[in-house]
Design a protein. Sequence first.
Length: 264
Amino acid sequence: MQLLYPKSPLHSKQPDEQFAAEVDAFHAAGFEVSIFSVEDFQTGIFRPTPPLPNAAEILYRGWMFSAAEYEALVSAISRAGAHPVTDCQTYLASHHLPNWCSMLSDLTPETRVYPSDCDLEAELRALDWPEYFIKDYVKSLKTSVGSRISKPEHVAAVVSDMRRFRGIIEGGFCVRRVENFLPDTERRYFVLDGVPHAASGDAPPIVHECAKRLRSRFYSVDVVQRTDGELRIVEVGDGQVSDLVGWTPEQFVIVLARHFLHKQ
Ligand SMILES: Nc1ncnc2c1ncn2[C@@H]1O[C@H](COP(=O)(O)OP(=O)(O)O)[C@@H](O)[C@H]1O
Ligand SMILES: [Mg+2]
């Protein structure tokens, strides 16, 4: 298996600064790493350096891609004679909330999904919940008014800020019931070929349950503690585009090295 990372927009021989420490850790563990220009890729040019070896299995790590962009990446990797660890359908199985949420409905806040052109305020009125957590298929609104509202008439401001900060509504809207989570209890785990991994110690049973139900090869699982003590799944993400929240690059790389290079 070999890694593929975005290039730095400023220094074209180097990986993007955001991922430099991770790339160093992968090199130190003995992995090959190629880098590619995301700007060129978005204009149809895919020229990774060094070139992808023929028939190699490629794990991308980097910025999130839309469904269309990821599909294009899969095609570009295939045209280069290599093959991706994660195909497009598998990427979206973890990256788009409605796909994983429906498999974990008893472990995660109740969620309704709406098309991006719906009358969301009317839909919230129909739901008549005490509070609503609003996001698109991929991201919440962490700036300005935030994602959490109690009055349906406040949703227009959330949606306009989502469009302003994120550019588009990706996929559609997800409306989630608000649950009371304890501050600073959210932890990220990674599941690789059915095996849960924690940055340190063991992953809790709820992550093992996810690993049984979600069959993608590589994804992240965010677990948070509710005020009643229950652990809940707050988010699942594709492992290629998940930040290393709570993990050092070295801890992350060890998981992949043990799996792909059989290093102890
Ligand atoms: N249903 C919910 N009830 C209460 N808090 C929530 C809920 N969903 C998300 N949150 C809080 O908002 C944060 C961001 O939500 P998340 O779904 O992880 O979006 P993002 O993709 O932007 O990280 C979570 O880390 C959690 O603290
Ligand atoms: Mg999150």
